[in-house]
Design a protein around this ligand. Structure first.
Ligand code: HEM
Length: 364
């Protein structure tokens, strides 16, 4: 709260970050279009406004990056990042990824994933207390991504540590941004070269072989640099997000022992419990966009060149959309989550790129 009692929101403020939801509620009520003078960015906090911001990619562009610090740093974004592209490049690269990164491919790993999770949890059996993040949640996503990409199990832990280190920021501090830091493609360079000579039934081999029509209309395969960018984005986008989801599910079930008991009694409730966790505690609270043209919002003009934060976590608690949004309920009917960005989806509907309502849907 600012000195005059007006609502104040700052993504780098640790005190606000411990429980930002009361601030999000005030933003929706008092300042649906908010400007932070200290860091010079705008914020939309209402569900409908965020929807518009996610779908209107011409005005709210991703081509400068989806993170505030990246937009402010105005660095060169290499091709093939998806997350930091607008159509037509975005749609071409996403279409290609969707051909190789399919729900069927992930499903084919189910036994291996279950075995790995069982091994992780078996070694914790009988432990009075353990840290679910270090002992389990931080382990699983990168291992699964490693399995998808065909990275030998012996190297997966090292890959995870490097991927994590890149995204880590000191509490209350901004992310250090440089082109090198953003796209640390060296991480996978050896594998791509090795896999090129040792093709197998994995996503990396498919990416190496996949033909597509690029933005110049040429039919070709991906360059080595583009493949490096792809897998770096996949590892970065899929690792910390999923680890946090596992962590939040554990924390919320610990705080709601009655609902936890229901899940034990009826595991069929688990998918909806995951949905509700993604709504109640989304792992990414906001995505950022670069404003390409002056835009009128709530009787004010947001000038071209501005940075706009779309507060996904606030959309997931918007009282105009969710009854009792501040109540965690594994029986809640959850649809049209904003946790994965645009394109109304829920976690149980695989985000097949074909299902795009507008000219550009992006979810993962
Ligand atoms: C709980 C788990 C996850 C959450 C909350 C999450 C959230 C998001 C969000 C909000 C976006 C949109 C960003 C934007 O609009 O700027 C996104 C995009 C993306 N995510 Fe995830 N994600 C998760 C898991 C994953 C996983 C496991 C992978 C892959 C292994 C992944 C890969 C991607 C990719 C490739 C994109 C870009 C899609 C596009 O631009 O079309 N994500 N994710």
């Amino acid at each position: 709260m600012s000195r005059d009692g007006a609502v104040y929101w700052d993504p780098f403020d640790r005190d606000i970050a411990t429980d930002p939801y009361p601030v999000y509620q005030r933003l929706r009520a008092e300042a649906p279009l908010y400007h932070n003078d200290k860091h010079d960015f705008y914020v939309l906090s209402r569900y409908e406004d965020i929807n518009r911001g996610l779908i209107d990619w011409k005005t709210f562009s991703s081509a400068r990056g989806p993170i505030l610090e990246v937009i402010k740093a105005n660095i060169r974004i290499p091709p093939g990042t998806l997350l930091m592209e607008d159509p037509p490049a975005h749609d071409i690269h996403r279409g290609l990824l969707a051909r190789v990164f399919t729900p069927r491919r992930v499903a084919s790993l189910e036994t291996e994933i279950r075995d790995f999770c069982t091994r992780c949890l078996d070694r914790l059996g009988g432990a009075g207390r353990f840290d679910v993040m270090t002992e389990f949640a931080n382990e699983v996503p990168m291992r699964v991504i490693g399995m998808l990409l065909g990275i030998p199990e012996s190297d997966q832990a090292a890959v995870r540590e490097r991927a994590d280190a890149k995204l880590r920021t000191e509490p209350g501090q901004q992310m250090k941004v440089s082109e090198k830091a953003l796209m640390d493609t060296d991480l996978f360079a050896d594998y791509i070269d090795w896999r090129a000579g040792h093709p197998s039934d994995d996503l990396m081999t498919e990416l190496l072989r996949a033909e597509f029509v690029d933005t110049a209309g040429t039919t070709r395969t991906l360059t080595r640099a583009e493949i490096l960018t792809y897998v770096t984005v996949l590892a970065g986008a899929g690792n910390e997000t999923t680890a946090r989801l596992i962590g939040w599910l554990a924390a919320l079930l610990d705080r709601h022992p009655d609902q936890r008991a229901e899940l034990v009694a009826d595991p069929g409730l688990v998918p909806n419990a995951v949905e509700e966790t993604l709504r109640f505690e989304p792992t990414g609270h906001a995505v950022a966009r670069y404003v390409t043209a002056d835009v009128e919002l709530h009787d004010r003009t947001v000038p071209a060149g501005s940075a706009m934060m779309l507060l996904l976590a606030s959309a997931n608690r918007d009282e105009d959309c969710w009854p009792e949004p501040a109540r965690f309920d594994i029986h809640r009917k959850v649809s049209n989550l904003r946790t994965f960005g645009s394109a109304p989806t829920t976690a149980s509907e695989p985000h097949s790129p074909g299902s795009r309502p507008g000219s550009r849907s992006r979810s993962s």
